[in-house]
Design a protein around this ligand. Sequence first.
Ligand code: NCD
Length: 348
Amino acid sequence: MPIYLKLNEIAMNFRGAHILSVSQFQREDIETVFQTADAMAPYARREKVTKVLDGAILGSMFFEPSTRTRVSFGCAFNLLGGHVRETVGLQNSSLSKGESLADTARVLSGYSDAIAMRHPTSGSVAEFAAASRVPVLNGGDGANEHPTQALLDLYTIRKELISKGRDLDGLRIAMLGDLRYGRTVHSLAKLIKQFKGVKFSLVTPAELKMPGEIVEQLRAAGHEVTETENLEAGIAGQDIVYMTRIQEERFPNQAEADRYRGKFRLNSAIYTRHCEPHTVIMHPLPRDSRPEASELATDLDDNPNLAIFRQTDNGVLVRMALFALVLDVAGQVDQHARPVNWYAGQRG
Ligand code: NCD
């Protein structure tokens, strides 16, 4: 496995690192994560099992609703042979008794070999990590960042583009919906900033624009950024259309969120009329499928350019890669492998 021989020469020292922000990753680090993720595919497809993390424990602490991030972090650790111990909901944690993040981190890191954490407050996961004795992976901190989602999104984008003979430099991407509170688009935009000559089309209501400092960073790095409230213009001529949900839980009140729900909807008719034939449709999920929202209609589900479930599958590979890198076992995964015993079904 030649890629692992390079690990000592890489810019970022993954061993023991916390994964808190996409700003930690240079281009070569992103490449390391992606190559390691590629090597995880046989395990995620259940062609082989590995016990490389046998005996290791992941502390999984999710203090906001989560399905795919929480479960895919857990499955990624399990697929490497480790065990997962979950705390779900602030009310089930001593944080609700007034314990500080630092004390909780000191305690949990005594029980775990790595910690995956989601919390409603920006900066909280970094505060927690500062007191942890084991690597902490940010599963989303308020409206701030969601670095592992951005890595899996970019991994997906690259795979989709490669299948169409394109590369990340010169990418044309539209981001739609709630770019003010959406942490996935904050992290993804900052990660894509590493590449060259990207054209960003940001489609939002005026009140839900991408934070000005991120737009400035993108422009300062030489990228083209256009902001519009017009969906049809915003999605024309794009490689990727990345939809998002209105982040209702971050609005001061429900009535405010209701004003924006359903404002930008992508369905098959709009896609066919305004997008290029190969435009890839993405969404971090969950999509809000209630009739008043429906930002991504199910009539697109049979469209081969809909990549949303390829994103969720790729999340396991990328999270396996991150665990393997921060726990420094990427080079040993195959040494602890054996065939699966069970009928493993059909996996892409
Ligand atoms: C996103 C999140 O939690 O930020 N979901 C996810 O992790 N895939 C997006 C969202 O909740 O809208």
